[in-house]
Design a protein. Structure first.
Length: 653
């Protein structure tokens, strides 16, 4: 297991966590959450041996293979596929030893190394790497491209593929979805569901966390709080904890007022001096319960646009592409005030091309494309972040938009986007990706657009800023066209979805769950088609593998799987509810035991009772956690068996 004991970790003089103890068991999938800058990445760096704790200690099993995603790419001139394969250091080591053994003619050593290579997966590693790269959006022709041919975002996908390919006991993923589109995110979710090791995941994507994690560890007030279940379960538990903490805070404040009143009234009287001094010591020892801050550090809204023409943009039989290469044909789309459209489709299908057409970055090759004279576009994309004036401050960027604004007005506005004090006048260059994205949003909101074109706006934004953006978009009166891998944002903002596929743009009849099914089915069809092409045409009397009988059989197997695994899913829900209840009881006992008066002689019986109850709750909680873990393992085993059955059906088709 991963074990932290009385651990403290600082960044410079800033404490990130203090006196934290935490156990993460083998096989658990844990999401690490918290505001940007709270210490999540520093925690990963410590587990990788790159940082040392300032106090306490941590431990990992000595034989564990710990893998993380590299943040840089070392271009050695290899192709994309070979770069990913070369990420398996153990495999490279064995291959080097084999080359030496073959050169020396040591037959026994050669045989031994071939056996080790087989166990390490050397003989199918290229196929496994190609499968991972396909899932992350690399087409077959790109596998042979040199590293230098890929942008920074695609190079990060290659590093992610490296991490997924390498055998690991502990996998550390730090915001892995930042450079992925929705299809790649869905594929990664499916891959992680089958991962058998221990997963620590840093993410700000609520839906991704819900589908990948079975436990949450949250950075809160320089400590780490553990919650069972995914993000939705965490939100419920956190809300209840906030409610209890607020109540406890009110009680403590009343007790402090009572003690202060007694001290003030009697500290000057000789007859009461001893009691007053006792109250002073009691007040000093009282561990203050901090009020929980529910409000976000971000607060902004879109002002009413100066004009709202109708329609904003009209497209009839539009073709768009690059030079003579047509990407999209016969596009019919009208944008009116109040339109809230989410664009779905595979990577490279043309979503960004359509956004560039509407932004004016591309011109229609043919067809009728009309934009209103009063159109005012707010466009968010990665190149806007890169186009910021790196030597200027957030204050300079906003003041340039309105030179008549007072200094305080500019500061107040920037405060809503998290730029406070010196942060508002600091240079942009050293800022994090999240800070730069917030500044671009601040500039966009300030300009009061009537059409928002948002291409992956949540990259690098933490959960609180995503929530603030979501809330602001709810009140926006213009039209929105959104491309995002954040399903929570897509589902809560968009009223309509359009599918960009096979050179067409068409209304998608369904929600994001339907799109996930469509995407997975499309991937299966592609795999079956590729297999059929490799085997040649069907012989007379043979049947295709995607007939109605196969679909009925698939539905029958899925229904049987749900029925067979219902006891496991029921147990998981039951133990999650029990762990939540026991965790709350444990917290309540620990808060009660924080009262210093409890340790006075007259309260010995109550203290003894609390200690007994604490021991009982801890034992029940440990038992519930083990039962929950067993149910999770049983469900994962059943899923693996089901996936193998489907794979065998496809192989024999």
């Amino acid at each position: 297991m991963v074990k932290l004991q009385a651990l403290s970790l600082h960044r410079g003089v800033k404490p990130l966590i203090e006196n934290v103890s935490l156990d993460i068991f083998a096989g658990q999938k844990v999401a690490i959450i918290g505001r940007n800058g709270c210490g999540k990445s520093s925690l990963f760096a410590m587990l990788l041996g790159q940082l040392s704790p300032d106090a306490g200690e941590y431990s990992l099993p000595k034989d564990w293979r710990v893998i993380s995603v590299a943040q840089t790419v070392e271009d050695d001139g290899s192709s994309a596929l070979q770069y990913v394969v070369n990420g398996d250091a153990e495999l490279l080591r064995l291959r080097a030893q084999l080359a030496e053994a073959e050169q020396s003619g040591d037959g026994n050593h050669i045989a031994l190394l071939h056996d080790k290579l087989a166990q390490a997966g050397a003989y199918d590693i290229e196929a496994r790497a190609a499968t991972i790269l396909a899932g992350l959006g690399f087409t077959e022709d790109k596998l042979s491209h040199a590293l230098s041919a890929f942008s920074g975002g695609w190079q990060m996908r290659l590093n992610l593929a490296r991490a997924l390919l390498c055998p690991s006991d502990l996998l550390l993923l730090d915001e892995p979805t930042n450079h992925l589109d929705l299809d790649a995110v869905l594929w990664l979710e499916n891959w992680l569901s089958q991962y058998s090791g221990t997963l620590l995941l840093i993410s700000h994507d609520k839906a991704f966390i819900d589908n990948c994690a079975t436990q949450i560890v949250s950075f809160e007030n320089k400590t780490l709080m553990a919650y069972t279940g995914g993000y939705s379960s965490y939100e419920k538990q956190k809300a209840l904890r906030i409610k209890l903490a607020a109540s406890e805070y009110e009680k403590q404040q009343k007790k402090r007022e009572h003690l202060m009143s007694f001290i003030t009234r009697f500290k000057a009287k000789a007859s009461k001096a001893k009691q007053a001094q006792s109250r002073v010591k009691q007040l000093e020892k009282m561990e203050e319960v901090l009020p929980v801050q529910q409000s976000s550090g971000f607060s902004f809204e879109f002002k009413e646009p100066n004009k709202l023409p109708n329609p904003l943009i009209k497209m009839e039989d539009v073709q768009v592409g690059y030079n003579d290469a047509i990407v999209l044909a016969k596009v019919h789309l009208n944008l009116v005030p109040g339109s809230r459209i989410g664009l779905l489709g595979k990577n490279g299908a043309g979503k960004s091309t359509l956004i560039k057409l509407m932004s004016g970055k591309l011109k229609a090759l043919s067809g009728e494309y009309l934009s209103s004279a009063g159109l005012h576009i707010g466009y968010f994309a990665q190149h806007q972040v890169d186009a910021l004036d790196m030597q200027s401050s957030p204050f300079d960027h906003i003041q340039r938009l309105d030179t008549k604004m007072t200094e305080q007005a500019v500061r107040d506005y920037l405060g809503g986007f998290g730029f406070h004090g010196d942060e508002a006048i600091a240079k942009v260059a050293p800022m994090s990706g999240g800070e730069k994205a917030r500044l671009v949003l601040a500039i966009l909101v300030f300009q009061k657009p009537n059409l928002l074109l948002l291409d992956e706006p949540t990259n690098h934004l933490d959960i609180e800023m995503r929530g603030a953006l979501n809330f602001a978009l709810q009140g926006f009166e213009g039209a929105i066209v959104l491309v995002s891998h954040d399903r929570y944002l897509l589902s809560s903002v968009c009223d309509d979805f359009y599918l960009v596929d096979a050179g067409q743009v068409s209304a998608f009849d369904g929600d994001l769950d339907d799109y996930r099914k469509w995407m997975l089915n499309a991937s299966k069809d592609t795999a079956l088609q590729a297999k059929a092409e490799s085997q040649g045409p069907l012989k007379k009397g043979e049947q295709g593998s995607k007939g109605s009988i196969d679909r009925r059989e698939l539905k029958r197997l899925e229904a049987k799987f749900r029925q067979d695994t219902k006891p496991f899913t029921d147990d998981i829900k039951r133990y999650e509810a029990l762990m939540t209840e026991l965790s709350l009881r444990k917290d309540k006992i620990e808060r009660t035991m924080g009262d210093s008066s409890l340790y006075e002689a007259q309260n010995k019986a109550q203290l003894t009772e609390l200690l007994q109850e604490q021991g009982k709750v801890n034992s029940e909680l440990e038992s519930a956690e083990m039962s929950w873990l067993e149910a999770q393992e049983a469900l994962e085993s059943a899923k693996q068996a089901f996936d193998e059955t489907l794979s065998n059906m496809m192989d024999s088709a």
